[in-house]
Ligand binder design. Structure first.
Ligand code: ZN
Length: 175
């Protein structure tokens, strides 16, 4: 999947990215909000939450008169209900969360779908380089850079240990 746009700043239900038209079961459509949750010592996880699209669940009267509001003696169509007297109210279902990973980013693919990409603790330096090249310019703060540096140190240590084991094995006396 191609990375068309990296999504930043979606870290909670309040700041979530919202997919306006998302399938719900076989026939209904709903909204889905998506964000990346971060917890120290645990890492990142991808959280999604769908709205309840059942008829009647997400429309409430907006309270204006016949869909119109009066502004300085002039009747204009209510911006909340666009004239139909109802506003959309989202009843959100329970959120669903992935497992935690060391580092993650959200992005939109070519179909405008939200995807996420991850780095695990066992990422190799090649994985880390590729991830940094792809997403590094969009990192918001220092945290991602610190995690990348830490993952790189872990990967280098692991490589060094493997190399040492290989050397030891090749020089071991034959019995
Ligand atoms: Zn209204």
């Amino acid at each position: 999947m191609a990375v068309i746009e990296v999504l930043v700043g979606h870290t909670s239900p309040e700041t979530a990215h919202v997919t306006i038209d998302y399938p719900y079961g076989f026939r209904l459509r709903c909204q889905r909000r998506e964000w990346l949750e971060y917890k120290p010592k645990k890492g990142y996880r991808f959280v999604t939450q769908t709205s309840n699209p059942k008829p009647g669940a997400c429309w409430v009267p907006c309270g204006c008169t016949g869909g119109y509001v009066e502004v300085q003696g002039v009747q204009t169509v209510c911006v909340a209900c666009h004239g139909n007297g109802l506003v959309e109210k989202h009843v959100w279902n329970a959120p669903k969360a992935s497992v935690y990973v060391a580092l993650a980013v959200l992005y939109l693919d070519e179909a405008n779908h939200v995807q996420w990409d991850t780095l695990h603790i066992y990422a190799t330096e090649r994985d880390i380089d590729a991830f940094e090249a792809q997403y590094g310019p969009d990192f918001e703060g220092e945290r991602e850079r610190q995690i990348l540096a830490w993952l790189r140190a872990v990967a280098q240590e692991c490589e060094a240990r493997k190399a040492k084991m290989a050397r030891t094995a090749s020089t071991a006396p034959l019995t």
